[in-house]
Ligand binder design. Structure first.
Ligand code: URA
Length: 435
């Protein structure tokens, strides 16, 4: 097959055949296609799109590009969850122990953060001793014993996605609906869950900036999952501002523990409960989302969710003392308060720019493979709609280096809009649920 013909066909808006897509994914996986040709096809897909059939074929070829994790040895419905990526989005650390604490097993492979969005694996690694490199055999054993495993993707899972994601990241082709759908769903299908809850983020801190695009992405991923026999629910949630108040790895671990202790409510808790309840619904553990939320909330109140989190830490070598003593988690020594330069109402946040500020502190990656400063990050003090007085603290920045605190603070000043008139309407937190 002459691969240039496939590039030209897609460049001119044509439809790739099943054979062409299989040839592409095989060439990506075994290294026989050069990066420049792969990148050319990615750009053609970015510009001309793919129809549902092409996207489904790309998804399945990518899912089968490596090993498939077999969870059939575990009893009951195995439910996975995936977020398309956001800022201060710590829901996995909250909902995984909560869902497991009501008897629905959670075996979740997660990724590292890249760009403005954070990754669960980096957050977990900020806990001293916590081991994310769990083998498939261990994962099955842990799941049988505790009902919860949070682990990094094994090396042989969807190697085509690893290669393609790295190239997309440096060729301006990340925010393409078919490429995102295939990337996420191939990993979820290969990771072996029976049912999947997708959290599709929408807004200034998400790949999908508007509701129409978020709904399209959610619909395509849900169709893709159902096509291969998975039960799927997609929740479209707002990323018009950071979800929680803490941004950064150890900082987000602290906030997740505070939520599990019942000390913190707000949007982070609400989205965690919504996603968790939908996981329980897909697993047929409850009859309605309301029943699911009530059950999860009950396990915050009675401490069972926090106990499951502690079990997870013990199981994977993490220092459990961090639950009672946050000083055992890393925190960068330099601190910088970002003050309001005028009074008014906080009307808007450019959340991607806040994510950019977090990268500046050292909490997020600028390039693949970059070592993070787990103790760096930002604590937000305000939310949209708040009344602001001149000189009030909007956020506190933590970094190892003073000049990085300052440049992150500059990004934050640009990201936060204060106006004389109040907001006329707030974006709803949950925009839509597709079942
Ligand atoms: N998350 C993924 O796993 N892949 C994408 O392409 C985008 C977000």
């Amino acid at each position: 097959m002459n691969f240039v013909d496939s590039i030209i066909k897609k460049r001119d808006g044509g439809k790739l055949t099943k054979e062409e897509i299989a040839f592409f994914v095989k060439g990506v996986t075994d290294g026989t296609l050069p990066d420049y040709q792969i990148s050319a096809l990615l750009m053609a897909i970015f510009l001309k799109g793919m129809d549902t059939e092409e996207t489904a074929q790309l998804t399945m070829e990518m899912a089968h590009s490596g090993g498939m994790f077999d969870l059939s040895a575990l009893a009951g419905c195995k439910v996975d969850k995936h977020s398309t990526g956001g800022v201060a989005d710590t829901t996995t650390l909250i909902l995984a122990p909560l869902v497991a604490s009501v008897g629905v097993p959670v075996v979740k492979m997660s990724g590292r953060g890249l760009g403005f969005s954070g990754g669960t694996i980096d957050k977990l690694e900020s806990i001293p001793g916590f081991r994310v490199d769990v083998t498939e055999e261990e994962a099955l054993r842990f799941a049988k014993e505790s009902g919860i495993v949070l682990m990094s993707q094994t090396d042989n899972l969807t190697p085509a996605d690893k290669k393609l994601y790295a190239l997309r990241d440096v060729t301006g082709t990340v925010d393409s609906i078919p490429l995102i759908a295939a990337s996420i769903m191939s990993k979820k299908i290969a990771a072996g869950a029976d049912a999947i809850v997708l959290d599709v983020k929408c807004g200034s801190g998400a790949f999908m900036k508007n509701a129409a695009d978020a709904e399209r992405l959610a619909g395509i991923m849900a169709d893709m999952g159902r096509h291969v026999g998975r039960r799927v629910t997609a929740v479209i949630s707002s990323m018009a501002q950071p979800l929680g108040m803490y941004i950064g790895n150890s900082l987000e671990v602290m906030e997740a523990i505070e939520v599990l202790k019942g000390n913190v409510g707000g949007d982070l808790l609400e989205v965690s409960l919504t996603l968790g309840a939908n996981m329980l619904l897909l697993a047929e553990r409850v009859q309605s989302e309301e029943e699911g939320k009530a059950l999860l909330l009950e396990n915050i109140r009675n401490g069972k969710g926090l106990a499951k989190f502690k079990e997870l830490l013990i199981q994977q070598g993490g220092d459990v003392r961090v639950i009672a003593d946050y000083s055992l988690l890393p925190l960068a020594e330099e601190k910088w308060e970002v003050k309001a330069t005028k009074s008014g109402y906080l009307t808007r946040m450019d959340t991607a720019m806040i994510g950019r500020a977090s990268q500046e502190t050292g909490a997020g990656r600028m390039f693949k493979g970059q070592t993070l400063d787990f103790g760096a990050g930002i604590v937000m003090k305000k939310r949209t709609g708040d009344v602001i007085a001149t000189g009030e603290t909007l956020a506190v920045v933590y970094s190892k280096r003073r000049e990085k605190c300052q440049s992150a603070a500059d990004f934050l000043q640009k990201a936060i809009t204060i106006e004389a008139a109040p907001l006329t309407e707030q974006t709803p937190l949950i925009l839509k649920t597709i079942r």
